[in-house]
Design a protein around this ligand. Sequence first.
Ligand code: FPP
Length: 239
Amino acid sequence: MKNNNAGLYIPEHVGIIMDGNGRWAKKRGLPRPVGHTYGAQTFRSITRYISKQGVRILTLYAFSTENWKRPAEEVGAIMKIFRQYLMDALTDFREDDIKVVFIGDRSAFDPKLQELIEETEEIAKDRQGMLLNIAMNYGGRDEILYAVRRLCRDVKDGSLSPEDVTEQDISSRLYTAGLPDPDLIIRTGGEHRLSNFMLFQAAYSEFYSTDTLWPDFKPEDFDKAVLEFNHRNRRFGGV
Ligand code: FPP
């Protein structure tokens, strides 16, 4: 973990559960998709800000495996925002040298969106700056299932024996294989739950919840979370 110029530890890996777009719009008498449009703007600006703070990995929860249950009109609007956002981000994150990777089951997306996802990853693959993981059609349980299936295959073909399976064998088969677990998970919108986000990786993450709705989340809100993180006493189960 690095220190910033205010002497604070900057978490190496930060996860954010972006919540509150719908309520933000409702408060203003606007349709929910408008909240997502503003949420996408926050996504762009806050990602750039966080990359400048020295965070090495940022994982943002953009669309969960459960979000398909929303009205078709809202899901359609979110997919449209993703497409637009990705096209903009192609140029946007180049300036900040941000590498982009998508985690989750992308096979459920429209083929054109899948192509755009691959293109975005390909363009950014050699960048040396912050790694941005965008969790789309992502679910923590689904991810564990995916890892378990891969493990079972290795057991079946004899490359692994059940007695030798370690935690490391599971984590190395998750979408986040090779990455350190998140140090800090921020949730906007006031709820205090993980909602199926990085269930395996979050075992010892510090959780920070703020009432600020995602479209209103500003650099100062991120700074507050980092300050609070610096006051936590992380014991990882020890004393
Ligand atoms: C959370 O608010 C938002 C979502 C589940 C979906 C979409 C996220 C974005 C548009 C952010 C930007 C992401 C990208 C990749 C551009 P909510 O609708 O659950 O809010 P509510 O709790 O107030 O209803």
